[in-house]
Ligand binder design. Structure first.
Ligand code: IPM
Ligand code: MG
Length: 347
C-alpha cells in the first residue's frame, strides 16, 4: 500500500502531518509513505509546481494524500508555473476525472452553519464534480483585438464520452444512497450544458431505480441555501462543481471539515481537503486538520479497500466534535496538533 504524501503550501504541511499521524496510528501492515514537493513549495525548491519526480512518485502510488496548493508569492508567475497548476496537472496526468465531495452536518454542529439549525441539520449530500474537462482545460488566452482592446478568453466544452463517464459515477453513487440524482447545468444559455443534459438523460435509461432531475446552476446555488435537505447526489461540471462545493461547505458550517476524493477509472485516487492553503494562518498551528484526516479516511475506503479503517477514523472525528473539540474555524481555540491529538485519543 503505497501512499504519496504531497503536503504542498500554506497550511498543507500542518494538516497533512496530522492525517499522516492518524494513518500511522492504524498500524496497517505494508503501508509505505513517500513524501514529495508540490505547488509553490516545489516551484521554490525545483523551479516547477509539479516536478517530474513528484509526478513519478504520484503515478507509482496506490493513492495520493494531498494538502493544498496556493502561495501569494507565486501570483505574479506565468500561469504554467503557478502552484494551482500542480493539482490541475495531477488531475489531468493521472486521469482523475471524478471528484466526490460529500457534505454532511456532524451532530452538534447544526449551530455553526450559516443556515438555520433545522435547515442545516438536514444536509447529507454528495457533489460529484467532473474534474478533467470544461473551461478549466480548454484553450485560453489573452489576445489583443484589432481595435487594440485586450480580451481574455477561455474555451468551454464537454465531449459526450466525458459526460457519460461522470454520469455513470454519479448514478452509481446514487444507487447506494437515496437514489436521487440532480444534474446541474446552465442549459438555458450554454450549448455545452445542453449536450451535458442530453447525455445525462441518455445514461439515465440504464439506472431506472434512480430518480433524475435537472437544475440550472443559479437555482441550484439558491436551493443549496434555501433547502439543502432536498439533495442527495448532485452531478455537475468542473466549474459549477468548484463553486457549489465551496458553497455546500459553508452550509455545513466550516470548510475545515470537508474531505474529497478524486478518482480515476481504476482504483487510484487523490484525496484532499476542499479548503485551500489559507496563507493568512499558515505556519501558525491554527488550521483544523479534520478535513485532511477525513480525506485519509476516504483514501482507505476508495483506494485501499479498507472501509473498516475509514469508518474508525470517521467515528473518531465525529466523537471529537461531539465532545466539543473545536478549531478556530468553528469558533473554538484548539490548534492543529491539539485537534490531531484529540482524534488520536478517540481512535
Ligand atoms: C478546488 C480548488 C482548485 C479548483 C484550484 C486550487 C485550482 O479550488 O479543488 O476546488 O479550482 O479546482
Ligand atoms: Mg475550489
Amino acid at each position: 500500500m503505497k501512499i504519496a504524501v504531497l503536503a504542498g503550501d500554506g497550511i498543507g504541511p500542518e494538516v497533512t502531518r496530522e492525517a499522516v499521524r492518524v494513518l500511522e496510528a492504524l498500524g496497517l501492515a505494508g503501508l509505505e509513505l513517500a513524501h514529495a514537493a508540490v505547488g509553490g513549495a516545489a516551484y521554490k525548491a525545483h523551479g516547477h509546481p509539479l516536478p517530474p519526480e513528484t509526478l513519478a512518485i504520484a503515478r507509482a502510488a496506490d493513492a495520493i494524500l494531498f494538502g493544498a496548493v496556493g502561495d501569494p508569492d507565486c501570483d505574479a508567475l506565468e500561469r504554467s508555473l503557478r502552484p494551482e497548476q500542480a493539482i490541475l496537472g495531477l488531475r489531468k496526468e493521472l486521469g482523475l476525472f471524478a471528484n466526490l465531495r460529500p457534505a454532511k452536518v456532524f451532530k452538534g454542529l447544526e449551530d455553526t452553519s450559516a443556515l438555520r439549525p433545522e435547515v442545516a441539520g438536514a444536509i447529507d449530500l454528495l457533489i460529484v464534480r467532473e474534474l478533467n474537462g470544461d473551461v478549466y482545460f480548454g484553450e485560453k488566452g489573452i489576445r489583443t483585438l484589432p481595435d487594440g482592446r485586450r480580451q481574455g478568453w477561455d474555451m468551454m466544452s464537454y465531449a459526450e464520452d466525458e459526460v457519460r463517464r461522470i454520469a455513470h459515477v454519479a448514478f452509481k453513487a446514487a444507487l447506494v444512497r437515496d437514489k436521487k440524482l440532480c444534474s446541474v447545468d446552465k442549459a438555458n444559455v450554454l450549448e455545452t450544458s445542453q449536450l451535458w443534459r442530453d447525455v445525462v438523460i441518455e445514461v439515465s435509461a440504464e439506472y431506472p431505480e434512480v430518480e433524475l432531475s435537472h437544475m440550472y446552476v443559479d437555482n441550484a446555488a439558491m436551493q443549496l441555501v434555501k433547502n439543502p435537505g432536498q439533495f442527495d447526489v448532485i452531478v455537475t461540471g468542473n466549474l459549477f462543481g468548484d463553486i457549489l462545493s465551496d458553497q455546500a461547505s459553508m452550509c455545513v458550517g466550516s470548510i475545515g471539515l470537508l474531505a474529497s476524493a478524486s478518482l480515476s477509472e481504476g482504483s487510484q485516487g487523490l484525496y484532499e481537503p476542499i479548503h485551500g492553503s489559507a496563507p493568512d494562518i499558515a505556519g501558525k498551528g491554527l488550521a483544523n486538520p479534520m478535513a485532511t484526516v477525513l480525506s485519509a479516511a476516504m483514501l482507505l475506503r476508495h483506494s485501499l479497500g479498507r472501509d473498516d479503517q475509514a469508518v474508525r477514523i470517521e467515528a473518531a472525528v465525529a466523537r471529537a466534535l461531539a465532545d466539543g473539540v473545536r478549531g478556530g474555524d468553528l469558533g473554538g481555540t484548539m490548534g492543529t496538533v491539539a485537534i490531531g491529538d484529540a482524534i488520536l485519543e478517540r481512535l
